[in-house]
Design a protein around this ligand. Structure first.
Ligand code: FAD
Length: 827
């Protein structure tokens, strides 16, 4: 309330009433248009514009025209008339100014003649105050983190009173502005810290409500300004009354204890425990939470990536740069700052100019205050409840030392109070919140939110701010757009960074640019199965998947890669066209495979061509595409990064562990799904290949049984292969190596000269059909939509783009389902 008072005090204190130049002597007559008067006071009611002037006749007979900022003497003093066409001598206002004191007996403007060429000084009164507000917020926010909330509240509230009174006794403009600057600093420090204080003490469920109502009291302060302004018309008396209004708060704040939140961050566990005990006593709880139990949480520091054990001291200290520690956080930071800038601008411009709205100034201001309270209580806190309070706090102060975390706007999804003591101050958990934090919450004796709660995704926690309803339509529209954009950003985790995971993530961001996509994987290129693959676009047939679907996936993949092969990026992406032959010892059952019209120039081999392979009776010639796998995976990663997708090295042991951080999870874990989701239909088909240097080999050769193949790529030739069902061994087998080499040399004898032979082994994630479907995991009423995209067996590269597009479509369905669900839904 005291902040509302001092922030708005200048509305009446620095008002400029009507005024004119002082008269150059004793006046006998005054003329204003057709009206004559004996005193200037009679003129003010007729005064309509700053362009007006009065004509005065002095006792010595001189006639003067008195303007606001100058006065002129008529050279010819004929009869007193308002209009005059003769010569005039212009003089400055060396006798000071005459002010209309009908409404204000005295203001700082009238006190120090802040008009005409000193008008700019009056205009600086509020900006210098706001500068003090800015500096005070930064300084005291920081001091409060270092010395504690309690001390800063003591100091700033006392400062408010002292400087508030001192303002009334300033002797000139400069001392007035200086003392008000100090007053602004302590007031803003007080506001910041009081707000933080409230949020740190009030339990999670009531915090939004309480935070909003702190500002409702600010609005009450505005109403007090209107009331005192109406009753007291002399600026310094008005200032004293306003300052005295803050006395109750000055007295009360000495009784306030330090917040347990801050005490814990300073490792003053015993003091924190005392406060907790007091809270428990007030709440009639017999067994309060033990601080030692609250702190027994393992965490992984998301910025450093390290895992810290237990103690608060291991928490990394962050600074303001952490607000820009990655693109997503930087985006949120800028969004929140923009919103605050817009909101504050609208709020103060509207409030401070209320006296110029016309009508009764006091009533205007009073109603503005009342309206704010109305909005705070009626809409504001509801909006915040829906959207989360944290971004709002972030600009107010470092509530905790970790700015970065606060801006990320996490909050607990389930506000589960401590089951033992019911205490809900356990918002200390925010200290550990972060955007992509990995939380390994250890169950401890005390089942407080640290252990029972879960983090909710950012999507539901984006900010609105309380000034929304009073802003102009355009401003409202602007920031509503921001909020909608933010709120419409579902968080999607793609687990797996093989060709399927990366291409799926890419398809999701392409289909849903507002989605916040993260790739989590325990292995990235060059350590995935996809890195081992030959990367040839010759489909493998999935018996459990309809052929038309397989054909569509293949066609989409072919079209996509063909476009890349025709672009300047072909070399970097490792994609190129390659022609060759698929040969058979006997005529195959299906002479025309389903994909024959998807590749280029598919035709039966001629007799002449078949002469190259004397052991073979039938063959097909065609041109297809080949990916050099590691370059292609790196290219995909690069595209993802450019699209703002985060990648994290993380092993997921259970998809459910992601439910607190993400709205939707996409499972692209290849053979890893066997363990991750316990899919017994998924089995490995071990494949061993040789990667050799043989640049003279230009055409591919594939034995129709798919076992022996020679696939030339941009950087080397892949020789294959083997198919060992249910074998989990990743160690190369030397006998198999020799066998592969011999088989390939029998098809292409020149390979005997191949150099730089490397052996690779990979486990094809095989299934009757690719698992491409939605599933909803559910625990305790909380749901997590999952899209599976794994089980591509020997043909992952051949269909990756098609299946990724389908998976992205399923993610779109999940988003639609979430949006359409109850208000409590994550989105
Ligand atoms: P992977 O590449 O294995 O990726 C799975 C990802 O999930 C990895 O990043 C892994 O670290 C991650 N992961 C797994 N479990 C977890 C977990 N619990 N937590 C976090 N991350 C996890 N296909 C073709 O189309 N043409 C070919 O010419 C071809 N040649 C091949 C040759 C060989 C020798 C082999 C073995 C395969 C070949 N394939 C070919 C098949 C192709 O390689 C696969 O179908 C494809 O690589 C599967 O991709 P994926 O992304 O599903 O799996």
């Amino acid at each position: 309330m005291s902040c509302g008072i001092h922030y708005l005090a200048s509305v009446f204190m620095a008002v400029t009433p009507n005024f004119v130049c002082g008269f150059p002597g004793n006046v006998s007559n005054i003329l204003f248009h057709n009206s004559s008067a004996s005193s200037i006071q009679d003129i003010w009611t007729l005064w309509t514009s700053t362009e007006n002037y009065v004509v005065v006749q002095l006792e010595n007979g001189e006639i003067w025209e008195i303007n606001q900022c100058s006065r002129s003497k008529r050279e010819v003093s004929l009869d007193l008339a308002y209009e005059y066409k003769g010569n005039k001598s212009v003089f400055s206002c060396s006798d000071g100014f005459l002010y209309d004191d009908t409404k204000w007996k005295s203001t700082v403007v009238t006190q120090w003649d802040l008009v005409c060429d000193r008008e700019w000084l009056a205009k600086l009164i509020q900006p210098t105050f706001m500068l003090g507000v800015l500096i005070g917020a930064v300084i005291f926010g920081d001091i409060a983190d270092r010395l504690g909330r309690q001390r800063v509240i003591w100091f700033t509230s006392a400062g408010q009173f002292v400087f508030g009174i001192a303002v009334a006794f300033t002797f000139d403009y400069y001392s007035f502005v200086t003392v008000r600057f100090l007053l602004a600093m302590v007031s803003s420090g007080y506001l910041v810290v009081a707000f933080v204080y409230v949020t740190e003490f009030v339990g999670i469920k009531a915090r939004t409500w309480a935070s909003m109502h702190v500002h409702a009291f600010f609005a009450m302060g505005i109403m007090i300004v209107a009331l005192v302004g109406f009753l007291v018309r002399t600026w310094w008396v008005y200032q004293i009354f306003l300052s005295i209004a803050t006395v109750p708060f000055v007295l009360c704040c000495w009784m306030l204890p330090e917040t347990p939140f801050w005490l814990l961050s300073e490792e003053r566990y015993e003091d924190a425990q005392k406060v907790i005990n007091t809270m428990a006593r007030w709440n009639k709880v017999n067994t309060p939470c033990k601080v030692s139990e609250l702190c027994s949480v393992q965490q992984e520091d998301p910025v450093s990536g390290r895992t810290g054990e237990n103690d608060m001291s291991s928490t990394k200290k962050h600074n303001i740069l952490d607000l820009f520690c990655n693109w997503q956080i930087a985006r949120r930071t800028i969004t929140v700052w923009l919103i605050w800038f817009t909101g504050s601008l609208g709020y103060y411009v509207f409030s401070l100019s209320s006296v110029s709205l016309g009508g009764n100034e006091y009533l205007n201001l009073f109603l503005i205050g009342l309206q704010y309270i109305n909005y705070f209580s009626k809409y504001g806190w509801k909006i915040f409840n829906r959207c989360g309070i944290w971004p709002y706090i972030s600009l107010h102060s470092r509530t905790v030392p970790n700015n970065c975390k606060i801006t990320c706007c996490w909050k607990w999804k389930h506000d589960v109070p401590c089951r033992k003591c019911g205490c809900s101050f356990l918002c200390i958990s925010e200290k550990r919140l972060d955007f992509h934090a990995t939380w390994q919450l250890k169950k401890k004796g005390c089942a407080c939110p640290w252990t029972a709660g879960r983090l909710a995704g950012c999507a539901e926690n984006h900010t609105l701010f309380p000034q929304l309803p009073v802003l102009s339509e355009k401003v409202r529209f602007f920031f509503l757009c921001l909020c909608i954009l933010e709120m419409a950003a579902p968080k999607v985790a793609v687990v797996g960074a093989g060709v399927i995971g990366l291409s799926t993530a890419l398809c999701i961001v392409e289909a849903c640019p507002s989605c916040s996509v993260t790739v989590l994987s325990d292995q990235f290129s060059p350590n995935t199965t996809s890195d081992v693959a030959a990367g040839m676009l010759i489909p493998h047939t999935y018996p459990g998947t309809p052929i038309h679907m397989q054909k569509q996936w293949f066609k989409e993949t072919f079209t996509y890669l063909f476009a890349i092969s025709n672009s300047a990026e072909a070399s970097e992406a490792g994609i190129h066209l390659v022609s060759g032959w698929q040969i058979f010892r006997s005529t195959p059952k299906e002479e025309l495979p389903f994909w024959s019209d998807a590749v280029l120039g598919f035709r039966p081999m001629s007799e002449a061509e078949l002469q190259k392979f004397p052991q073979y009776r039938f063959g097909q010639a065609f041109t297809t595409l080949k990916c050099d796998c590691p370059p292609y995976l790196l290219w995909l990663e690069k595209r993802l990064k450019a699209a703002g997708v985060q990648t994290y090295n993380r092993k997921v042991s259970d998809l459910w562990e992601l439910h607190s951080e993400y709205d939707i999870v996409v499972n692209c874990t290849g053979i890893g799904a066997h363990q991750l989701v316990g899919d017994k239909k998924l089995f490995p088909v071990r494949g061993q290949v040789l990667k050799v240097y043989a640049p003279w080999v230009k055409n591919f050769i594939r034995d129709g049984d798919g076992l022996t193949y020679i696939y030339p790529g941009i950087h080397g030739v892949t020789l294959g292969g083997t198919r060992e069902k249910e074998s989990w061994s990743l160690s190369p087998n030397p006998d198999t190596t020799k066998d592969i080499f011999d088989r390939c040399c029998s098809l292409e004898p020149s390979l005997r000269e191949a150099q730089d032979i490397k052996v690779k082994v990979g486990l094809r994630p095989s299934r009757q059909s690719v698992r491409l479907q939605r599933e909803v995991l559910s625990q305790g009423g909380v749901k997590l939509p999952v899209v599976h995209n794994y089980g591509h067996g020997a043909g992952g590269f051949s269909v990756h783009r098609g299946t990724a597009k389908e998976a992205a479509r399923l993610v779109g369905e999940c988003i639609a389902a979430l949006r359409g669900s109850s208000p409590g839904a994550k989105l």
